[in-house]
Ligand binder design. Structure first.
Ligand SMILES: [Ca+2]
Ligand SMILES: [Ca+2]
Ligand SMILES: [Cu+2]
Length: 373
């Protein structure tokens, strides 16, 4: 990846105090970085009141109160403070939305995802520092961010070392031109931008979960546990994450170096699959690292019960300081590893500008009882 270009053009390299996790800084920064030539570093690509009828493939999550957030040693500061949250009951997809499901949506609507459209520089330039020069036209072709691991150990604070803006990458071609989803009907769809997820949800008469709904569902009815399955640490039988040394050596002990078919690992207590790992999942909330503290302050103190929170009015994302908007994702991905990320934990939070698709970012939907099918 174009490390020097990224640093020079965007000054968006992850700050040393802010672990960058496995998510990139956002599409604008990555595209600009990729457009600056740097022959020294060639890109290489390796491969209750539950409604009576059950919506297809969904599980009813009874509402309730829970402790949201975490004090786990692996937790990041944005998971604090742990606080009381109450959510109403809702349906949620048992699995991440699959390629087959997304294909049905596209067949019915002719929808074109953000990654399949020409890049709108007027939009993208809002995500990078003012005055950043416009990349050449050939860079503004449809594309997305593909995981392109180096063959040697790198500084894991700099995620431009393993993400590459790739022309022609989209949900049908997860690793760019020449790759396909043949035989991957049951894999989660990836390279999904926020508006793509919203469009699918609207078609399916569903919604994206709030991050409170998502975390409540991910915990599977277990109170204040570290993981979706309890307090036991992760191992290769639990979820599709990363074993070995990130990002240069994946031992694939869990069977998959990238996406796994949904339902490849045991479900949580609510019968939900891949709430830990496989692909990140969009939530509807705008992101701020201090969301929880602000909610408590507004509600009158640390013991307040926050009811059906839906996020702040405006986002603030230190990883994407120039982006006008940043939306939450949850659950971690096949790139998560305890050495630097551990975002497979139910409380872990990540975010990206809404136009950012990635090879490890998908979604699942909810349906709230007041919405008629
Ligand atoms: Ca894996
Ligand atoms: Ca997931
Ligand atoms: Cu991660």
């Amino acid at each position: 990846m174009m490390l020097m270009a990224l640093v020079a053009a965007c000054a968006l390299a992850a700050q040393p105090t802010e672990p960058s996790c496995c998510a990139p800084t956002g599409r604008g920064a990555m595209l600009v970085a990729a457009s600056a030539p740097n022959p020294a570093q060639a890109q290489t690509s390796t491969p209750s009141n539950a409604p009576s009828s059950v919506p297809d493939g969904m599980v009813w999550i009874p509402g309730g109160e829970f402790q949201m957030g975490s004090t786990d040693p692996l937790a990041r500061p944005d998971e604090a403070p742990v606080h009381r949250v109450r959510v109403d009951g809702f349906w949620i997809d048992q699995t991440e939305v699959t390629n087959a499901q997304f294909a049905a949506f596209v067949a019915a609507t002719n929808y074109k995802t953000v990654a399949e459209r020409a890049v709108d520089w007027d939009e993208l330039k809002k995500q990078v520092p003012p005055g950043t020069p416009k990349p050449p036209e050939e860079m503004l072709q449809p594309g997305s961010l593909v995981f392109t691991p180096p063959d040697h150990a790198v500084d894991t604070r700099d995620n431009s070392q393993w993400w590459a803006w790739t022309t022609g990458a989209n949900w049908r071609h997860p690793e760019g031109p020449g790759s396909s989803i043949d035989g991957k009907d049951q894999h989660p769809v990836v390279h999904i931008a926020y508006e793509d997820a919203l469009a699918y949800c609207a078609w399916a008469k569903k919604s994206l979960p709030t991050e409170a709904e998502w975390e409540f569902a991910a915990r599977g009815g277990l109170a204040a546990k570290r993981n979706a399955w309890g307090d036991e640490p992760i191992d290769a039988s639990r979820a599709n994450t990363w074993q070995g040394h990130f990002p240069d050596r994946n031992t694939d002990e869990d069977g998959y170096s990238r996406t796994a078919p949904v339902k490849s690992y045991p479900p949580n207590g609510f019968g939900l699959y891949d709430m830990a790992g496989n692909v990140w999942e969009w939530c509807s909330d705008l992101y701020r690292p201090d969301t929880y503290a602000r909610q408590l302050m507004a509600a009158g103190g640390k013991d307040a019960v926050i009811v059906n929170p839906s996020g702040p009015e405006k986002s603030l994302d230190p990883r994407n300081p120039n982006a006008p908007e940043s939306r939450v994702h949850r659950g971690g991905s096949y790139l998560c590893n305890d050495s630097y990320c551990a975002s497979y934990r139910p409380s872990a939070r990540m975010a990206a500008p809404p136009d950012t698709g990635m090879q490890h970012l998908g979604f699942r939907c909810v349906r709230r009882p007041d919405v008629k099918k």
